[in-house]
Ligand binder design. Structure first.
Ligand SMILES: Nc1ncnc2c1ncn2[C@@H]1O[C@H](COP(=O)(O)OP(=O)(O)OP(=O)(O)O)[C@@H](O)[C@H]1O
Ligand SMILES: [Mg+2]
Length: 373
C-alpha cells in the first residue's frame, strides 16, 4: 500500500530540460496515466520514480518514505516496459518463478504464487511452454506477470501494450483495468494513446515539454481542458481550433463568423480581442439552408465509419471536422464540393488565450443558455 508524492522534480540532460519542476500526488490504489506526445518526458519521469534514473533536483516519496536516491530494489516497485526481455531459454513458468527464487522463497511458495498470477492473467495453459513459442499478447502477459509476482507496493508500466495489434490491445486494456481494480495497487501507466488513457485511468496527467499541464479524471480532462494543448490532444478526431477576433459579441475568423452569448462573455470576463475558439467535431450540426447562428462551409470529403460519418470542411484553408450519426447526416454523403451550413452547439464552445494557451472560457449546459445564436 503506497501513495506517490513528487515535489519539484526536475531532470536535465546537458542543457536540455526533459522534466521541469513537476509536482503531483498519486493516491494509494489509484490508476494514473502519464499521457503526452513523444519526447515530452513520460519515460524520464517514470524512470525517476522507479529509481533507474536520478533526478537533477526534487524529491520523491513512496508510501511516506523519501526514496529519491534509493536504488530500485530498495523501493519495492514493479516495472514493465514496452519491449520486455523474457529469458528465452526458460519456460513461462521459470520466467515467472525466477524473481521469486531470487527473493529466497520456498518451492511451495513459488509454486503457489506463480499459479495465482498465471490464473489472473489466463496463461495457465502455456506455463510449460518456451517463451519463444508465445504470441505477442501472451509474451506481454508473461512480462506483466513477472511484475505482478513480486507483490510490489507500486506498479510502473511504460507503454506495455502499445506494440500489440489493435484487437489485442483493446482486449488487454479491459484486462489491465480489471486487474488493477482487483489488486487495488497504485499503478502508473505511460501512454501516448489518448484513447487508452481515457478508457483505463482514474486520473490522467497530461504532460507536454516536461510539464504537467493538467492532472484530473478523464471526463474532466475532456470537458474542462486546462489549456488549448490539452483540448487538442484529447478527443478523436481533435477539437477544431481557430483564430478569431472578438468584437463585442461577434467572433470572426478566416471564412466564418459567429455570434457569442454576451452573458457567457461577461461571466468569463472576456473582452474584445484576438483569441482561439474551439469546438469538438461531435458538437457541430450540419444543415442545408442558412439561418441565424449558422455559417457556410464547403464540404471537402466524407468518411463513413459505420454508425457515424466524419465530414471534413475547409474553413479559411483549414481542415474543420464534423462527426455526426448516420441518421443525422446520411443525406449529406453526396454533398462533396457543395456549400452547407454549420452550427456549433452553444454550450460546447471554448475560448483559449492566444499566447499562453490557457482556457479562458468553457461553456457548459448549466452555465450557458444561449451561447452562439
Ligand atoms: N539519456 C538521455 N540523454 C539525452 N537526452 C535524453 C535521454 N533520455 C531522454 N532524453 C530526452 O528527454 C526527452 C524526454 O524523453 P522521454 O523518453 O522521457 O520521452 P517520452 O515522453 O517517454 O517519449 P516517447 O513517447 O517517445 O517514449 C526527449 O527529448 C529525449 O530525447
Ligand atoms: Mg517513453
Amino acid at each position: 500500500m503506497a501513495d506517490i508524492q513528487v515535489n519539484s522534480l526536475r531532470r536535465t540532460f546537458g542543457t536540455f530540460v526533459a522534466v521541469e519542476n513537476i509536482d503531483f500526488h498519486i493516491r494509494d490504489g489509484e490508476f494514473v496515466f502519464f499521457l503526452g506526445p513523444s519526447g515530452c518526458g513520460k519515460t524520464t519521469t517514470l524512470r525517476m520514480i522507479a529509481g533507474l534514473l536520478m533526478p537533477s533536483s526534487g524529491r520523491i516519496d513512496i508510501g511516506g518514505r523519501n526514496v529519491t536516491y534509493l536504488k530500485p530494489r530498495d523501493r519495492n516497485v514493479g516495472m514493465v516496459f514496452q519491449s520486455n526481455v523474457l529469458y528465452h531459454h526458460l519456460s513461462v513458468y521459470e520466467n515467472l518463478a525466477y524473481p521469486l527464487k531470487v527473493l529466497g522463497m520456498s518451492r511451495a511458495q513459488v509454486n503457489a504464487k506463480v499459479e495465482e498470477v498465471a490464473k489472473l492473467l489466463q496463461i495457465q495453459d502455456v506455463l510449460k511452454r518456451s517463451t519463444e513459442r508465445l504470441s505477442a499478447g501472451q509474451a506481454q502477459r508473461v512480462a506483466i506477470g513477472r511484475m505482478l509476482v513480486r507483490d510490489a507496493d507500486v506498479f510502473l508500466m511504460d507503454e506495455p501494450i502499445s506494440h500489440l495489434d489493435a484487437k489485442l490491445r483493446a482486449h488487454m486494456r479491459v484486462e489491465l483495468r480489471h486487474l488493477q481494480k482487483e489488486l487495488n495497487r497504485t499503478t502508473v501507466f505511460v501512454s501516448h494513446d489518448q484513447l487508452e488513457a481515457m478508457s483505463m485511468a482514474d486520473r490522467i496527467a497530461v504532460i507536454n515539454e516536461g510539464q504537467v499541464l493538467q492532472f484530473a479524471p478523464p471526463q474532466e480532462i475532456f470537458d474542462r481542458p486546462a489549456t488549448e494543448f490539452v483540448a487538442g490532444f484529447v478527443g478523436e478526431p481533435h477539437m477544431n481550433i481557430l483564430d478569431v477576433h472578438l468584437d463585442g459579441t461577434k467572433a470572426t475568423g478566416d471564412g466564418f463568423a459567429v455570434a457569442v452569448d454576451a452573458n457567457w462573455l461577461s461571466r468569463n470576463r472576456i473582452r474584445s480581442g484576438h483569441w482561439r475558439l474551439g469546438v469538438r467535431p461531435e458538437h457541430i450540426s450540419i444543415h442545408d439552408a442558412p439561418a441565424q447562428g449558422r455559417f457556410p462551409a464547403r464540404l471537402f470529403a466524407v468518411e463513413t465509419m459505420g454508425a457515424e460519418n466524419l465530414f471534413s470542411f475547409k474553413i479559411g484553408g483549414m481542415d474543420f471536422k464534423v462527426r455526426a450519426t448516420t441518421q443525422d447526416s446520411d443525406q449529406y454523403l453526396d454533398a462533396v464540393d457543395e456549400v452547407l451550413y454549420l452550427r456549433a452547439s452553444p454550450e460546447r464552445v471554448y475560448l483559449f488565450d492566444l499566447s499562453s494557451g490557457k482556457t479562458l472560457a468553457q461553456a457548459s449546459a448549466t452555465e450557458v443558455k444561449e451561447g452562439l445564436s
